[in-house]
Write a new protein. Sequence first.
Length: 278
Amino acid sequence: MLLLTFVWGTNWALFPLAVEEVSVWTFRAISLVGAGVLLLTIARMRGMSLVVPRSSWPAVTAAAFIYLVIWNLASTYAAILIPSGQAAILGFTMPLWTVLVVWLAFGEKPRGRMLMAMALAALGVALLAIPAHEAYATAPAGFLLGLLAGLGWAVGTVILKRANVPTPALVLTGWQLLIAAVPIAIGALWLGAGQSHSVSWQTILVIAYITVVPMAIGNVAWFSIVGLLPPGVAGLSSVMVPIVAMVTGALVRGEPLGPWQLGAMACSATAMFLALRK
């Protein structure tokens, strides 16, 4: 969880740099394919079987399409349209969406402690969103795409958790990244038809870092957490990621960091404690 918080939290400020010279679709297609191939290669070198049970493929494919495709496109566009830290806040409303989806779809009403954690997480999001209302007003698409990213991730997580796929997280993550890369790569080829230009080393290094660290290592950490914890708790466990994103955005891009953000940090830390305590 600590690894995931740091890796994903510092990732958001890099999105605008990654798409300065290439499209969002090209950037995401490259990172998904690269991370998927890397993970499956490592799994094979460690002697793991790359086979996924045939009965699990529908759930694995549906989950990959719903949250990896939606998440990768919506979160990147949101980070371009509004401050990256604010986009991270909206994207990581996934804990709230996850608990609500499980409640509405399967009737699993959250208990008092989880309801309190949800309330604190929602308060943290509100504290961070209030001072940024002007950014949302000038770029409503960024606001909506941020929320869509969180909702897509939540629904896909619930599908994957319910499927209970008997495959190691390393292998499962690799296949899902490759599955999600297919529609995004098709979109990149279609949108980039007839375009050709050189790309700087800065863009190459940023995309390479995002591919190996947040995409490969981060997704393995996430799917491992999903396998160990209930979906609602797994979602709330990552509530600290947007806080790290806020600090990173402030340091790297000069985004705001003041009393509102500090209050949100306290709410989020308390929510994570409530979600994870035995």
